[in-house]
Design a protein around this ligand. Structure first.
Ligand SMILES: [Zn+2]
Length: 426
């Protein structure tokens, strides 16, 4: 890196470590949505002191929002003396449960072997810290810059983002007249640009039967056998059809480059006994069986077709199988999102990666969804990518960590990106 920014970042290594540790030490667990206010206030103190104007916004009435667990978000904005584009760094502040198997305290932010350990270290407090350091270093080195920088810390990404980015996008915070470039520092590795994600469709299917004595099943109608027919039809036609589809999206890992479907759960008949119950089951023919499906689809597949494919299969069973009856309830649907490789933010970050890392970036897409869906569909803002430090596979795992050098390199790429977009430096 030829600009004076590079040396500045090295000088900020300790600050970057301390900031990441501070963020990890605020246990913003979701569920239930703990300490969202505390992490917003922390960022408010830090960024206000460095010339950002800040807004704390509670997503009142969104799923999970309550007086005990309010859904707080922060948007901090810094403006140069001249007009220009706004570059927005969006990070979610929530983290998932710790689970078992840790060798470090998940909320201590322990530094060991060049890494910082903790829940949220890579997903995504390390990315948030890198963007804060990048923005601060840039505004101090280029006080005469043209445009604006925004940093947001938003709630609930891990549970769909409805109390975070979706709420803000509905209120115009991610509209193209306010923001022109969005970088989401999710842990996609410091040399990869994530252009978007596949779609998701979640539904519950229930098959119906009739209860009767288990010794005379012919007097009833077994809903679990009907569900067995549904699962066989999935095996025989749907799974092979999905496996044959390939997307042009650069989805990683490779297995996610086709359509996929997970059977999330199966429930049918009598509920399972409580642990410790020593009685025997009663003898009944189940009159209901339910599954939840998690269908991930490709940019090339219209959502209507995804729905119609499953419905056609169920309707087919209705015609061929005696007494088959079902209901299908859609639980949620998210459309795929894919930013064009020629988009300005993609081109600029790609050049910055080449400058800093001396290699061309890899372009990837995510198998699961993240907040880009709301920025794209609600905000109508297409110039958006995910780029940040950390290894995606460590997210949600025990002993999650982020590499300090990786954070520093990502921060340099972000700083270089700001130089290109907001000072016109080539
Ligand atoms: Zn994340």
């Amino acid at each position: 890196m030829t600009s004076p920014l590079s040396a500045l970042f090295e000088a900020r290594r300790d600050d970057l470590i301390a900031l990441t540790q501070d963020l990890i030490r605020i246990p913003t667990l979701n569920p239930p949505g703990r300490d969202y206010r505390a992490i917003c206030e922390y960022l408010d103190r830090r960024l206000s002191a460095r010339g950002f104007s800040t807004e704390l916004i509670r997503a009142t009435g969104t799923p999970g929002d309550s007086d005990r667990y309010p859904r707080w978000n922060i948007i901090a904005r810094h403006s140069g003396p001249h007009g220009g584009d706004c570059v927005h760094f969006n990070s979610h502040t929530d983290v998932v449960e710790t689970g078992r198997g840790w060798s470090f305290d998940p909320f201590a932010g322990t530094v060991s072997n060049g890494r910082i350990y903790g829940r949220g270290a890579c997903d995504m407090k390390g990315g948030l810290a890198a963007s804060v350091i990048a923005a601060e270093a840039f505004t101090e080195t280029h006080p005469e810059y043209s445009g604006h920088i925004e940093i947001s810390g938003t709630a609930d990404e891990e549970s769909g983002g409805y109390g975070g980015v979706a709420y803000l996008a509905e209120r115009g915070y991610f509209s193209p007249d306010r923001v022109q470039h969005v970088i989401i520092p999710e842990p996609l590795n410091k040399d990869r640009i994530c252009l978007g994600h596949r779609g998701g469709w979640w539904a519950q299917i229930e098959t119906k039967g009739e209860i009767a004595h288990g010794s005379m099943p012919f007097l009833g109608d077994c809903a679990v056998r009907h569900m067995g027919a549904v699962l066989s039809a999935f095996e025989e036609t749907l799974f092979p059809a999905m496996a044959a589809r390939r997307t042009e999206m650069p989805v990683v890992p490779e297995g996610a480059r086709q359509s996929t479907m997970n059977i999330n759960s199966v429930h049918g008949g009598e509920p399972e006994p409580e642990p410790g119950f020593s009685g025997l089951p009663a003898h009944c023919v189940p009159d209901s069986c339910r599954i939840v499906i998690d269908r991930r689809f490709l940019a090339e597949e219209p959502l209507d077709q995804v729905r119609a494919e499953v419905t056609a299969l169920l309707e087919g069973l209705k015609e061929t199988r005696a007494d088959f009856d079902y209901t299908l309830t859609e639980l949620n649907a998210v459309l795929p999102s894919m930013t064009d490789r020629s988009a300005p933010v993609v081109q600029t970050v790609a050049r910055a990666i080449e400058d800093i890392m001396g290699k061309k970036p890899d372009y990837v897409a995510s198998p699961g969804t993240y907040d880009q869906k709301h920025i794209d569909r609600i905000g109508r803002l297409k110039n958006c990518i995910a780029y940040g430090p950390g290894i995606l596979e460590l997210a949600h795992k025990p002993d999650e960590y982020v590499g300090i050098d990786d954070m520093l390199d990502s921060a340099k790429v972000m700083g270089r990106t700001l130089e290109t977009l907001l000072t016109g430096a080539a």
